[in-house]
Design a protein around this ligand. Structure first.
Ligand code: MG
Length: 301
């Protein structure tokens, strides 16, 4: 069952279309002119629009053009309704984005067939869109931790940094990595190492706001972007995460394993930071300092 918007100034035509399509199990919304039709299209988001071209107030050409200019309605398929009584320019309608036309008075099976074809195409199109989004999401994620990956982190940060610069917002970047991870892997094996990475990924997700952004930056290195966050607040987030990690226990055979992380923070605005690469570099320097100062600690650039 689909939701179909019929826009026609003739009550008779609307009634006939409604009767035929309701019998096929569709839900029909009616509008009498282009303006009303446009409102209904935006608020009801129909799966298909049957559109008369000659109407008062706003005609079908204008409505079609407005539909295609609006993000929320541009993907809705349109079938033009044409008639001998109202000679119309079908080519113009097709150029404006209509996909097909049906001639009035309706031949019932023709109307139903053309409607079904467009609904089927729309279903296929939506399935394709969904698949594309899934693929895009997969391409942006790290398979082990399900955090974003290095490439997407840079894409995102470059955009976020420009925005922060333009609107004078504060933005903090935390780089962190697992202390002595190589030794950990050598001692307990890579499988356990992977569990540690996954666990840390989850702890990072738990410790930031939904609106913040976290990525697996490299092997055992992670990155977090905190929006609208100044240095003291970033330190607070970093310390809380460091503390959570320090107290986390990972069961391995008969043991409970512990691990720690070191964290470096850089915050914009800072007179030494003028682009997104510099904020990462500065956070990296702070991380290096945290390692040098004994690990399991937070340092600011
Ligand atoms: Mg008309």
């Amino acid at each position: 069952m689909a939701k179909i918007l019929v826009v026609d100034d003739s009550r008779l035509i609307s009634h006939v279309a409604k009767t035929i399509l309701t019998q096929r199990g569709h839900e029909i919304i009616l509008a009498q002119d282009g303006l009303e039709g446009l409102e209904a299209a935006k608020s009801q988001q129909p799966d298909l629009i049957l559109l008369d071209l000659i109407m008062p107030v706003m005609d079908g050409y204008q409505m079609c053009q407005n539909l295609k200019e609006e993000d929320s309605t541009k993907e809705i398929p349109v079938i033009m309704l044409t008639s001998k009584a109202e000679p119309v320019d079908k080519v113009k309608g097709l150029e404006l984005g209509a996909l097909d036309y049906v001639t009035k008075p309706f031949d019932e099976s023709e109307l139903v067939t053309r409607v079904n074809i467009q609904l089927r195409l729309r279903q296929l199109y939506e399935a394709l869109q969904k698949k594309n989004r899934q693929l895009q999401n997969l391409a942006n994620r790290d398979g082990l931790t399900d955090l974003y990956n290095h490439r997407y982190f840079h894409d995102q940060l470059s955009k976020d940094f420009l925005r922060a610069q333009r609107y004078h917002e504060s933005l903090s970047c935390i780089l962190l990595d697992i202390d002595y991870f190589k030794k950990f892997n050598d001692t307990y094996g890579h499988q356990t190492g992977d569990i540690v990475l996954k666990t840390l990924g989850q702890l990072i997700k738990d410790s930031i706001r939904d609106s913040d952004f976290a990525a697996r930056y490299g092997g055992e290195e992670f990155a977090i972007i905190l929006y609208y966050t100044d240095k003291p607040d970033a330190v607070h987030v970093a310390e809380r995460l460091r503390h959570m990690v320090e107290h986390c226990e990972i069961p391995d055979k008969d043991n409970l394993l512990h691990f720690t992380i070191s964290l470096g923070i850089a915050t914009f605005p800072d007179e030494r930071i003028h682009n997104y690469k510099q904020i990462v570099e500065c956070a990296d320097k702070a991380l290096y300092q945290a390692k040098g100062n004994g690990r399991n600690r937070v340092e600011c650039y």
